[in-house]
Structure formats: C-alpha cells, structure tokens
Design a binder for this molecule. Structure first.
Ligand code: ADP
Length: 206
C-alpha cells in the first residue's frame, strides 16, 4: 500500500453525516466494480446500466479505464507498478463518489487480485458497499470481438504485457456477481446488475 508522504496533516470532519448527505440527494452510494479481460463487455454493460439507472432517476457516474487514462491517470502506463497505481487511484476516487451518494460504475481490467482487494478494503473500512462484478467472458470470445484491434496487435507482438496474452488476469474468487456475456445479451446483463443493486437495498427495481 502507498504510504502517506505528507506530515502534519489532520483529517477534518464535516458538519453533516453521510446519511444526511445521501438523504439530501435521495440516493445511496455504492461502487460497482467491473473487472475482466479487454473486450469482455465491462464498458458496454456499464454504459447501458448507467442509462437504465438514469432513466430511473438514480444518481450515477461511470469511471472508465481508457477515459481516466486521458486525465487523472495520464501519467501511467501498463507496467505492473503503473497498473497498481492506476487501480489504487480509482479505488480512492470511486470511494469518494460512493461516499457522495452516487452509484459509481468502474470499468477497468483490474487484472490483479491484490489491487482489487485493496479497492474493496478501502470501501469496507469506510463502511461503503462494494459490489465486484466479474465479467467472465471466455478469452476466445473477447479475442474474436476485438473491437479495438488490441488482441491482434498483442498477438503480433506490437503490444507488450497485454492481459490474457502475455500478462496474467487473476480471476476473482469471491465476486458478488459473475456475468458471461457470451451467454447473455446486453439487456440481460444490465438486469443482473440492477438486481444485484436492488438485492443489496441500494436501488428499487423499476
Ligand atoms: P471492455 O470494456 O471489457 O474492454 P467493451 O465493452 O469495450 O469491453 O467491448 C465489448 C464488446 O462486446 C462490444 O463490442 C460489445 O458490443 C460486445 N458485446 C456482445 N455481447 C455483449 C454483452 N452481452 N454485453 C456486453 N458487451 C457485449
């Protein structure tokens, strides 16, 4: 875990509780953490889920792997250390969004168990709900889809350290929800996510 560098800093408590903040917003915060191979369907499901939640009037926000690398994480690449820092920052940012009362959808390959577990731990310690969604689509299907041509490049040796090809993907063992997008269409995948949120008492089923 990254250590705090600064000295002489003190946590400043606010005047309102989380419950008061959530009540004012009319929603409950949670992080729904999508993990899986490139092209397994994380972003596609998160986008459709965001739309479904928005249609129900639920405050939500999507933190997406590539998008975040254009801004907050623009100084990070794909080495093991950079991947760890990438996920560490997303864990922290998603915690803040969830604390604010937002249904937060993160879609990052997040291949290493330790990094995902750290994100979960941050939420646990802050008493915030964390729902890990393992988008468990077989690599053959992901590679056949290859919407960004990345598998092709990785097979040709043009991308090094590509998850599933020459970098490991450590599959979650205790995900709250597992979805194989080769077996269920997008609509069904979104319904599974909505049900998981509803079962945890975070939203109401429409
Ligand atoms: P990731 O974010 O995991 O890299 P993307 O969402 O960018 O993956 O790409 C997944 C691809 O799989 C898209 O082209 C999408 O249309 C396709 N796809 C086919 N079936 C599904 C499904 N049931 N759920 C999600 N994506 C699907």
């Amino acid at each position: 875990m990254t250590q705090v560098k600064a000295t002489n800093i003190h946590y400043h408590e606010g005047n309102i509780t989380r419950d008061e903040r959530w009540k004012a917003l009319g929603t409950k915060g949670v992080t729904m953490w999508f993990t899986g191979l490139s092209a397994c369907g994380k972003s596609t499901i998160a986008c459709a889920l965001e739309q479904a939640l928005c249609n129900q009037g639920v405050a939500c926000y999507r933190l997406d792997g590539d998008n975040i690398r254009f801004g907050l994480n623009k100084n990070l690449g794909f080495t093991a250390e950079d991947r760890e820092e990438n996920i560490r920052r997303i864990g922290e940012v998603s915690k803040l969004f969830a604390d604010a009362g937002i249904v937060t959808l993160t879609s990052f390959i997040s291949p290493y168990t330790k990094d995902r577990d750290n994100a979960r731990k941050l939420h646990d310690e802050a008493k915030l709900p964390f729902i890990e969604v393992f988008v468990d689509t077989p690599i053959e299907v992901c590679e056949k889809r290859d919407p960004k041509g990345l598998y092709k490049k990785a097979r040709a040796g043009e991308i090094k350290g590509f998850t599933g090809i020459d970098d490991p993907y450590e599959a979650p063992k205790h995900a709250e929800l597992t979805i194989d997008t080769s077996k269920h269409d997008l609509d069904a995948c979104v319904k599974m996510c909505l049900k998981a949120l509803a079962d945890s008492g975070l939203i109401q089923m429409a």
